[in-house]
Design a protein around this ligand. Structure first.
Ligand code: ZN
Length: 84
């Protein structure tokens, strides 16, 4: 039931986001999450396959990373010019 619920939530969000022209990044994340539901890896971090915290999935159903790797991804995104 949880999986079906998430799938419906994300499908609805995917189409809503498309209409509202959400960022390509969000659309790509939602699409990737839908693919993870299909191949059975939904709810696990794409980096280390650790379970993603339920609170994170509730807030962001298409979250691809556990909290640790989310922080690392954000750190990488924030450092675009590592050298002076
Ligand atoms: Zn992880």
């Amino acid at each position: 039931m949880q999986k079906a619920f998430c799938f419906l939530t994300m499908s609805a969000c995917f189409f809503a986001c498309q209409r509202q022209q959400a960022s390509d990044e969000v659309l790509a994340q939602i699409q990737a999450a839908l693919e993870r539901i299909e191949n059975g890896t939904y709810g696990r971090c794409v980096v280390d396959s650790e379970p993603i915290e339920p609170a994170r999935l509730e807030a962001v159903p298409w979250a691809p990373y556990c909290a640790r790797h989310q922080r690392e991804a954000e750190a990488r995104a924030g450092v675009r010019t590592p050298r002076a």
